[in-house]
Design a protein around this ligand. Structure first.
Ligand code: MD3
Ligand code: FE
Length: 210
């Protein structure tokens, strides 16, 4: 379902087995070289969401190879199987074989939300590439707010993102403001392997080298 030009929502794209495998992979990354943490914000304070990064380490306004704001270690590699998953996601969303084959994500931000976590309206502009962002949701359902490219306020559309949902943001929607104002705590099927909370994986192309 196309929510806006280039913004495609595919409910239930991931099967339960695939969700379980992703939960297991994310658990390993969360306790990997750079453990999952509340990202420090530049003006003090921390995000309520917890994040672990692979491929490149993200903090507000930049990507680096080493997590200099955490423990200085290099983050885990971005696996080839996730590149292939990203290509399948782009193919499913746009039906464009060439766009899918060319898509080569090199980083993912893995966000974990407990029932109180929120993500304020923001744009993702730290990547030097305008290639699509692929989002995979597992666990509790959330309210996802999709806005416009001009302001962090109205007009916006609220939709629900549930476990297994795919969302691809590309083209004219790549720089829309978006956020997560609410997580429906306890709404998930524990069979995903996540007893509570919400997991979101966003694959991106940093456009960086080295
Ligand atoms: C639209 N994550 O990590 S996923 C983020 O659910 C982020 O954790 C949210 O926003 C989450 O930056 C939303 C959907 C999403 C992700 C990235 C986007 C939508 C996007 C980038 C550009 C436009
Ligand atoms: Fe974002």
């Amino acid at each position: 379902m196309e929510i806006a030009p280039g913004a495609v929502h595919v409910p239930g794209w991931l099967g339960l087995d695939q969700q379980r495998e992703l939960v297991a992979a994310c658990r390993a990354w969360a306790t990997g070289p750079v453990p999952i943490r509340h990202t420090a914000l530049p003006r003090g304070g921390v995000m309520s969401v917890r994040t672990v990064c692979i491929g490149w380490h993200w903090r507000p306004y930049r990507y680096t190879r080493t997590a200099d704001d955490v423990n200085g270690r290099r983050v885990a590699a971005f696996p080839d199987w996730m590149v292939r998953l990203g290509r399948r996601a782009v193919l499913r969303a746009y039906g464009d074989e060439a766009a899918a084959a060319a898509y080569t994500p090199d980083t993912a931000l893995i966000n974990f939300y407990d029932g109180r976590a929120r993500l304020g309206m923001h744009q993702d502009k730290d990547e030097k590439s305008s290639d699509p962002v692929v989002s995979l949701s597992i666990g509790d359902t959330c309210v996802f707010r999709v806005g416009n490219t001009e302001t962090r306020t109205k007009p916006y559309t609220d939709i629900e993102l549930a476990s297994g949902d795919l969302f691809v943001f590309g083209g004219p929607s790549r720089y829309v403001y978006h956020g997560v104002p609410k997580v429906h705590e306890g709404s998930a099927d524990p069979a995903t392997g996540l007893r509570t909370g919400r997991l979101n994986i966003t694959m991106r192309v940093t456009g960086l080298q080295g």
